[in-house]
Ligand binder design. Structure first.
Ligand SMILES: NC(=O)c1ccc[n+]([C@@H]2O[C@H](COP(=O)([O-])OP(=O)(O)OC[C@H]3O[C@@H](n4cnc5c(N)ncnc54)[C@H](OP(=O)(O)O)[C@@H]3O)[C@@H](O)[C@H]2O)c1
Length: 429
């Protein structure tokens, strides 16, 4: 047993401060669990002057990450700066210097994680990234360890707290997207530039990571279909509620005839689905294994202490492995290169809202086009709107291939009696 295990943290921002606080506040309990003292020997950040919400010995601060990466006494390097560059190089250099790695960096793991994990694995060094998906929710370790006996059939998650907060406000308070986004920004739940969250990039990174573990395959994140929540209106969330659904930004990964079906988009889900009760900034991840059945993970997907909790859990795991000479036990699990299902071949149901002329045979002319493309209708709702005599028609389809659905929709949009297809959203039961 090493009496002291030395840690270097690169990036003392939100998560860095949370992890440092936990390591300090729970120092004694952690030492008992590990059998060694966990000492933060050095912290690197670009700004070493600003106040932080945690007390610590500021003499350990440096602006040069390489004072950590090249320090022979440091056992574990914790990367918490985010982004691909220079984080990827820092981590690769640290691995080559014999360090074990902890990171919370989903963008890096999803885009360029494979060579880093492989390098660490070849050297029997640990590389953990629990905080990169689901913040404080344990999901990567459960998939890699606790559920390893299963063939994972699907992972469906609400993995972005910002968009879940916006959708909750739209559904529960009848807010428009822009008002709900402004409120999320005011409360610090959304960044000044919310693109990464509201356009689904963040969720795409996270589901790529989960899918690669669940299906033991490499996943090219560039091939993952993602659609954000910006085109949703309060009219759609109100229809969802009236029809017994709620709207969530879902990150979906399914096995599909040997291929992987991975997609991120807003979806109607039944109000009775376990994920329907995941509201505000919370995250929920629903996993189906062929042995265990359904398992659901729920908790805070972001924040200093929640993400810090996952980071410290990783550090403790590595420290224990160091003490019993078992590092590098679980490395990269992407053994295969499975094909990705095209969105054209995805089979799901759809909600469509359209404005049409309010006269006889309109419904029939639209229904005919649906029928010609094998789109069968589960329900239809018609309301007359306003004084211009237009009707608003809402359709819910049965399951159909996306290609057929889109072909039908393109033809319907050209009908003279159809003023506008206002929106369409996938329905996941
Ligand atoms: N925030 C969350 O709730 C959360 C949850 C889960 C995962 N994560 C992930 O955790 C990571 C960190 O996120 P965060 O929210 O803590 O970010 P953050 O608050 O922006 O902190 C990043 C820190 O790293 C510093 N930094 C940037 N480049 C550096 C470099 N080359 N050398 C040394 N320090 C550098 C930044 O300094 P300056 O500010 O001076 O630029 C900043 O203090 C990201 O990968 C993020 O995706 C975050």
């Amino acid at each position: 047993m090493k009496p002291t295990i030395n840690i270097g943290i690169i990036g003392l921002g939100i998560v860095g401060c949370g992890a440092l606080k936990i390591l300090q506040e729970n120092k004694n309990e952690i030492a008992l669990k590990v059998g060694s003292e966990l000492r933060v020997k050095r912290i690197a950040d670009l700004d070493i002057e600003r106040e932080r919400p945690v007390e610590f010995d500021r003499s350990i601060l440096t602006t040069d990450a390489y004072e950590i990466i090249n320090d022979p006494e440091i056992d574990i390097v914790v990367e918490l700066i985010g982004g691909v560059k220079p984080a990827g190089k820092f981590i690769m250099d640290a691995i080559k210097n014999g360090k074990h790695i902890v990171t919370a960096n989903k963008a890096l793991i999803a885009q360029e994680g494979h060579p880093l994990l492989e390098e660490a694995g070849n050297r029997k060094q640990d590389f953990f990234f629990e905080a990169s998906v689901g913040g404080g929710i344990p999901i990567i370790r459960p998939l890699k360890i606790c559920l390893a006996g299963n063939k994972i059939e699907q992972v469906i998650g609400i993995v972005n707290g910002t968009t879940n907060y916006i959708l909750t406000r739209m559904s529960q308070d009848g807010q428009d997207f822009s008002d709900a986004l402004a409120e999320a920004q005011r409360l610090g739940y959304a960044e000044a530039d919310p693109t990464n969250d509201v356009e689904g990039f963040d969720a795409a990174y996270k589901i790529s990571i989960l899918a690669s573990i669940a299906f033991t395959s490499r996943v090219d994140v560039k091939g993952v279909y993602h659609e954000g929540i910006t085109k949703l209106t309060k009219r759609d969330t109100a229809y969802a509620r009236d029809l017994g659904y709620c709207v969530k930004l879902l990150a979906i990964a399914k096995r599909n005839n040997g291929a992987m079906e991975i997609r991120v988009h807003p979806a109607f889900i039944p109000q009775t689905h376990p994920l329907a009760s995941v509201n505000d900034v919370y995250n929920g991840i629903f996993v189906k294994g062929n042995a265990v059945g359904d398992v659901m993970f729920y908790g805070q997907g972001a924040g200093a202490m929640a993400a810090g909790s996952a980071v410290v859990g990783d550090i403790i795991d590595i420290a224990r492995n160091i003490n019993c000479g078992a590092t590098g036990r679980i490395s990269c699990t992407c053994f295969e290169n499975k094909a990705m299902l095209s969105m054209d071949d995805v089979v799901t149901k759809y909600y469509i809202r359209m404005q049409t002329a309010d006269r006889p045979k309109v419904l029939a002319s639209i229904a005919n086009i649906f029928g010609d493309n094998d789109v069968s209708i589960a329900s239809v709702l018609q309301k007359t709107r306003g004084h211009n005599g237009e009707a608003e028609i809402v359709w819910i389809t049965h399951e159909v291939k996306e290609k057929n659905f889109r072909t039908a929709l393109a033809a319907i949009e050209k009908l003279p009696v159809v003023a506008q297809v206002s929106n369409w959203i996938r329905v996941e039961d």
